[in-house]
Design a protein around this ligand. Structure first.
Ligand SMILES: NC(=O)c1ccc[n+]([C@@H]2O[C@H](COP(=O)([O-])OP(=O)(O)OC[C@H]3O[C@@H](n4cnc5c(N)ncnc54)[C@H](OP(=O)(O)O)[C@@H]3O)[C@@H](O)[C@H]2O)c1
Length: 230
């Protein structure tokens, strides 16, 4: 059994990661901005002693630093950087605002890398050495034929580039680093008309995270295992 950290677990894909990892018998450190205020997480903690909850706000550097200190008390096997924001739904030319854009860049691109950097010493002590990032097909430049969505698209495209560097830099230490597209998923972000439910998405994502080999590291993968063009 391994020790996993998952960010953004109070709802959506993050909460489903926690459920499936606990069902597999792993130790899970689940983060949310205020985890004690989330009934679903508290209920899971009653039934699963191997679940630990800690607060983490990715928009706050001091929150990242204090979380990393506590989380690093034991080795970490797998880090799943799941938390993310879409930003304003209407991010088209003419209405773009610097503040909106900067906030999404911070949460979706900068903070996951800074968090990973802070957790690296404990990840180096882990047995499994895997780091996953929830990216998005909307970050694919090759797939962008419809334009718009400047803010979310650019944040996830930037994340892909940073994650590629991380995969290259950590390859000599046998880390597997994966930018993953979860599919279009029925969550608050994906909306009710999305194509798949969180169970289907996370089942596929966990197969990628747990079964990928060194040759997959740094590839942009869909939840079903298909490679996505950058
Ligand atoms: N759903 C899709 O179709 C889809 C498609 C492609 C990629 N993705 C990616 O998949 C990941 C999960 O998406 P989802 O659909 O589950 O979204 P969601 O339902 O909107 O959940 C987003 C999660 O991120 C957390 N979060 C947001 N800002 C945060 C911050 N500053 N600090 C800490 N946590 C923060 C949220 O916590 P709060 O409740 O506290 O805000 C929530 O737990 C995201 O990275 C998203 O970009 C989703």
């Amino acid at each position: 059994m391994s020790r996993y950290i998952v960010t953004g677990t109070n709802r959506g894909i993050g909460l489903e990661f926690v459920k499936q990892l606990l069902a597999q018998g792993h130790d899970v450190l689940a983060t949310a901005r205020d985890p004690e205020a989330v009934p679903a997480l508290r209920e899971l903690q009653h039934t699963h002693k191997q679940l630990t909850l800690l607060p983490l706000d990715l928009s706050d550097e001091s929150s990242i630093a204090s979380f990393a200190r506590e989380a690093s008390a034991q080795p970490i096997d797998v880090l799943i950087n799941n938390a993310g924001v879409y930003g304003p739904r209407n991010a088209s030319l003419g209405v773009l605002r610097t503040d909106d854009w900067a906030e999404v860049m911070l949460i979706d691109l900068i903070a996951p890398i800074i968090l990973t950097q802070a957790l690296l010493p404990a990840l180096r002590q882990g047995k499994v050495k895997r780091i996953a990032f929830l990216s998005s097909m909307m970050g694919s430049i090759a797939d962008n034929s419809s334009g718009g969505a400047y803010i979310y698209r650019s944040a996830k495209a930037g994340l892909n580039q940073a994650v590629k560097s991380l995969a290259v830099d950590l390859s000599k230490e046998d880390f597997i680093v994966l930018p993953l597209h979860p599919g279009w998923v029925q969550t608050d972000m994906g909306g009710p008309n999305a194509q798949i439910d969180t169970k289907t998405s996370v089942t596929g994502l966990l197969q990628r995270i747990q079964n990928s080999t060194a040759g997959d590291s740094g590839k942009f993968l869909n939840y079903d295992g298909k490679t996505i063009a950058w």
